[in-house]
Every structure is written in structure tokens, then in C-alpha cells.
Design a protein around this ligand. Structure first.
Ligand code: PEP
Ligand code: MG
Length: 572
């Protein structure tokens, strides 16, 4: 079994077979024709536009009854097709430069699409996809190829593609498509919006998905956790069949909790944070009190080059705008381990998770680190931003990181650039060595957030990426709860905010125990909010404390989970 990761943009679980979908790919070269054939080639272009219009009208007609909203996408495509500026551009290239029609179409549409893609408003930027979609339609017709789409599938499948164009998703045979996986795309991409609209589970941004998987492969699509399990063992399949049934039942119950205040039964309030990995606006921001983890890696990983200070500044400001005045915890670059950057050429390490990773790597690439801090500090003038360092192991790390922040602040002061002088600086607690001296760390920082994913990895000495040893990855072991209890107690004693932003905070059982251990700030993927709120609402503060005491004295993780399951079951 192999596990691939991506962004879960449309919740759900699907078990099934892979269908690799390759849309028409235009192979266009710069090419010109000899003088005298201008009218002939312009006519060829006009004919292709006519055919494209017919195809689009057919789609609109077939959709207008069942899904008028989606039909609008294609009405917009007709408008693009008929756009005067586009036609003028193509005509000019054909008549003035004698460019072949396919080359002219490619150039003009791509120019317009690139222009849109740069728009600050992500919704406008997303419309670049529509232009590319129409361009491909016209180019395909010019090449004399038939329409390819997902409207005629013979079996139930999980579609795997590099990307899906709006026309692919909208004409897709919804009764056959059980899930969607793409290599690119964020939460506001067309694919994500339509997948959510159709309630099809989707995980986007799965690197190299179309190369790693083949037609007919058995997979499990876990669009709750953002995972694709390739060639799962029988046991795993059984486990997921059960999960699927549970998911459907819970979906119904938990969605009612999204709009409720996060309270335990005895009335104490806790707060919900959101974990995000891009700058897309999302309706889940309205269900959260803060952004507890903004993973900035995406900016670096989705780019061909190191993102500039300005690009980062713009991205951070977008996230502040999305958060609507709530605090945003920006985590500085956490690269290394399993995450690499193609333009950085990092040396291969024998033990990358124990190697030059995250904050350590930033210390050895100080210019890159300072650029990010400059962008973050500048953005802090526009909203409540906090800076958080990953992979802190010692007090030396904290002091060294703070010293770099001070240097960058001084540079900004000298240059007269605004930033928040009182910006909060915090750390992630994900290496046990810093957890064990949480009392001292709490005095040195403004806040901390526990990364239970890495804390489990380092406490249990288990590589979190290695599927052969997943059984050893025990986030709910008694030892995890003992160290967590100690960390929460020290921060609470010092009066410094403490949260958890690892997966355990979004696990309703983990959250229940951690409330009992004194945690009040839980940051998670949007998908888990309803369930965590619901489970915690079933227990009083005293009951959670009793539960927390009990689990620390059970012997195995299996016992802990069985005990917690039974407690929740009893209350439900
Ligand atoms: C963690 O380690 O728990 C965490 C939140 O960070 P990441 O999963 O990005 O390493
Ligand atoms: Mg981590």
C-alpha cells in the first residue's frame, strides 16, 4: 500500500478503481503561412468558432433543466468565444503576422488567461481556467479532433487527472464518478466548487497522481484526511467500509453543529481554529475563531522559483482578509523531511526527518528566512498576524529565531516600513525535548501550538510517512497524553496561550481528552469542526477531566480508543 497526500476540498470517502482522464492537450508551435492565404485561414478560425459555439449550446441545452447554475459556466464560455477583443487579437495575428490559426488562438487566449491569473481577487484569477478551457476547445476543433469528456463512463470510477477543466466537471457522468483526484487545484478552483456541489469526494494537489496510478488500480480516496491509499490491504478496505457507513451517518448529525457556539455541556467555552494551506477564501472561515496553522509551504512548493517578498506579502494579506479580523498564525517555512523544493537542490540525507528540516533549514538559508519574515512583518501592519516557528528543539532555537526576527524588524524600522511592533512570536511544540521544558519555553515565547503529528513521530520514533509501520504511529497513546498534559499545564500556569494544530485536535476523541487536560484552543481542518463541537458538547468539564485522568493510566492506545469510543457512544 502506498499513501499519497493532497488537499481534501470536497468531503467524503470513496473506494474504487482508478480512471485516468487525459483531456485534449494542444501541441501548438509558432508557425506562419505564405502571403495570400489570409482570408482562407481566418475563415478556418471562424468555422472553428462556429463549431465550438454549437458544442457549447448543446451542453447548455442538456444542462439547463437539471442544473441551470452549471449551465451558466458554458454561457460564459460562449461569451468568451464571442469576445470582440479575443477575435480582434486573433484576426490581427492572422492578417498582420500571417500566424497559423492555432498559433494565433493559443497566443491570444493564453495572454488573456495569464493576465486574469494575476488578478488579486482569487475568483477573477480562477476565471483564467475558463479561458484555457475555451482555447482548448477551439484548438481541438482546429485539429479536427472529437470532443473528449467524462460524460460517457461505463463503470463506477475514481477519476484521476492532471487537472479538470470546467467543461470536464460539469459534463461529467455524476452517477459513475465516485471521487476526483487531481494533481493541481485549490479549494476555490472550479473542480473543487463543482465537486462540492455534486457532493463528490475530491482530493486535489496530489503530486504526480497520473504517473503513480494507472487505470484499474484499486484505491481508497479519503477526502476527510486528504489521503489516497493505493493498493490497500484487505484489512484497510474493511476498515474504510466501516468508516464510510459511519461517515454518512455522522455527516447528517454533525452539520447541525457548525453554527453553534463551541461549548462543553457545563457551559465552558473553547475556541476553534482553522488549519489552512492556501490563500483561497472559504466558507469555513466563518465557523472558526482564528487560523491556528497557516502552512506557508504551498507558496514555495507550487512555484517554479523561490517566491519573492512581494508575492509572499500579497499572499499573507489575502489570508488576513479571508480571516475577517481573526488572528492568523503564520508558520514559517517547514521544508525538508518529506517536502522538497525543486529549485533548491537540497542534499539527500539518510534520515531527512531528523535532518536539516524546517527552522534548522531556515537558519542555514538565512536570506530565504529573512525574506519570509520581512513579508510576514510587513503583512502584520494589515491585520492580526502571529509568527510561529516549526521544529523547535531547544531554547537555543527559540533565541536564535527571535534574534533573526529582531534583525528584520530593525531593517524595516530603518527603511521606515510599517509593521506590528507588538507582533506575537510563538513556537510549535513537536519535538519532545522542547515539550519537556515547556515551563522554560513558555517564558520565552508569546504562545505555542502543539504539532501532534510530528510529536507522535518523534515521541514514538516512528516515521510518519512509512506505511509499513503505521500501527506504531500512536497519537492517542497514554504517553502522548502524559506529555500533552504537561505542556498544557505549563503554558496555562505561565498564562501563555497554548493550542494544538496537529491532526489530534480535529479528532473528536483526541479533542475530548485534551479539553480534560486543560486545552481550550483546537485548530483543525474545516471538515472536522462539526464533529469536534458535537462530541465536546456531550460532556461536562469535570467529566472530561476524569476521562483525561483515566486514559493516562491505561496501558495501550487500543485501550484508550476503545474506552473513549465507549464514553462517546454512551452519551450519544
Ligand atoms: C504537526 O506536525 O502536527 C503539524 C501540524 O505540522 P505538519 O503536519 O505540517 O508537520
Ligand atoms: Mg509538524
Amino acid at each position: 500500500m502506498r499513501i499519497l497526500k493532497g488537499n481534501p476540498v470536497s468531503r467524503g470517502i470513496a473506494l474504487g478503481k482508478v480512471y485516468i482522464y487525459k483531456a485534449f492537450k494542444a501541441d501548438v508551435h509558432e508557425s506562419y503561412f505564405e502571403a495570400g492565404k489570409e482570408d482562407e485561414y481566418f475563415k478556418k478560425y471562424q468555422d472553428s468558432v462556429k463549431t465550438a459555439e454549437e458544442e457549447l449550446n448543446n451542453i447548455i441545452e442538456s444542462m439547463s433543466e437539471e442544473s441551470p447554475e452549471k449551465a451558466k459556466i458554458f454561457t460564459a464560455h460562449v461569451e468568451i468565444l464571442m469576445d470582440e477583443e479575443v477575435e480582434e487579437g486573433v484576426k490581427e495575428m492572422i492578417y498582420d503576422s500571417r500566424a497559423m490559426p492555432d498559433y494565433a488562438v493559443d497566443e491570444i487566449y493564453t495572454d488573456f488567461a495569464n493576465l486574469l491569473a494575476k488578478a488579486k481577487d482569487p475568483l477573477i484569477a480562477g476565471r483564467a481556467a475558463d479561458l484555457r478551457d475555451v482555447r482548448n476547445r477551439v484548438l481541438r476543433i482546429l485539429k479536427g479532433e472529437k470532443e473528449r469528456n467524462l460524460s460517457n463512463l461505463r463503470d463506477n470510477v475514481i477519476v484521476v487527472a492532471h487537472d479538470l477543466l470546467p467543461s470536464d466537471t460539469a459534463t461529467m457522468d455524476r452517477n459513475r464518478v465516485m471521487g476526483i483526484i487531481t494533481e493541481v487545484g485549490g479549494a476555490t478552483s472550479h473542480t473543487a466548487i463543482l465537486a462540492r456541489g455534486y457532493k463528490i469526494p475530491a482530493v486535489l494537489g496530489v503530486a504526480d497522481a497520473t504517473e503513480i496510478m494507472s487505470n484499474g488500480d484499486n484505491i481508497i480516496l479519503d477526502a476527510l484526511a486528504g489521503k489516497v491509499l493505493l493498493d490497500p490491504e484487505k484489512e484497510t478496505v474493511k476498515e474504510y467500509q466501516v468508516k464510510l457507513v459511519e461517515y454518512i451517518k455522522e455527516e447528517r448529525e454533525t452539520s447541525e453543529y457548525l453554527n453553534k457556539l463551541p461549548l462543553v455541556k457545563s457551559g465552558e467555552r473553547f475556541s476553534i481554529g482553522l488549519n489552512i494551506g492556501d490563500t483561497d477564501p472559504d466558507e469555513s472561515f466563518k465557523y472558526a475563531d482564528f487560523v491556528g496553522l497557516f502552512r506557508t509551504e504551498f507558496l514555495y512548493m507550487s512555484s517554479e522559483n523561490m517566491p519573492t517578498e512581494q508575492e509572499q506579502f500579497d499572499a499573507y494579506r489575502r489570508v488576513l482578509a479571508n480571516a475577517m479580523g481573526n488572528p492568523v498564525t503564520l508558520r514559517t517555512l517547514d521544508i525538508g523531511g518529506d517536502k522538497t523544493l525543486r529549485y533548491m537542490n537540497l542534499p539527500k540525507e539518510d534520515n531527512p526527518f531528523l535532518g536539516n528540516r524546517a527552522l534548522r533549514l531556515c537558519f542555514t538559508h538565512i536570506d530565504m528566512f529573512k525574506t519570509q519574515l520581512r513579508a510576514a512583518l510587513r503583512a502584520s501592519a494589515f491585520g492580526p498576524l502571529q509568527i510561529m516557528f516549526p521544529m523547535v528543539g531547544t531554547m537555543d532555537d527559540i533565541r536564535a529565531a527571535k534574534a533573526v526576527v529582531e534583525e528584520v524588524k530593525e531593517d524595516l524600522r530603518t527603511a521606515g516600513i510599517a509593521f506590528d511592533e507588538r507582533i506575537d512570536i510563538g513556537i510549535m511544540i513537536e519535538i519532545p525535548s522542547i515539550g519537556m521544558i515547556a515551563d522554560m519555553a513558555a517564558k520565552e515565547v508569546d504562545f505555542a501550538s502543539v504539532g501532534t503529528n510530528d510529536l507522535t513521530q518523534y515521541l514514538h520514533a516512528v516515521d510518519r510517512m512509512n506505511p509499513a509501520i503505521t500501527g506504531y504511529f500512536q497519537s492517542m497513546s497514554p504517553s502522548m497524553f502524559r506529555i500533552l498534559g504537561r505542556i498544557f499545564a505549563e503554558f496555562n500556569k505561565a498564562g501563555k496561550p497554548i493550542s494544538v494544530c496537529g491532526e489530534l485536535a480535529g479528532d473528536h476523541l483526541g479533542a475530548l481528552v485534551m479539553f480534560g487536560l486543560g486545552l481550550r484552543k483546537f485548530s483543525m481542518n474545516a471538515a472536522n469542526i462539526g464533529r469536534v463541537k458535537r462530541t465536546l458538547s456531550l460532556f461536562t468539564k469535570e467529566e472530561t477531566e476524569e476521562i483525561a485522568k483515566t486514559v493516562q493510566n491505561l496501558q495501550t492506545e487500543a485501550e484508550v480508543i476503545a474506552f473513549l469510543d465507549a464514553e462517546v457512544e454512551r452519551k450519544s
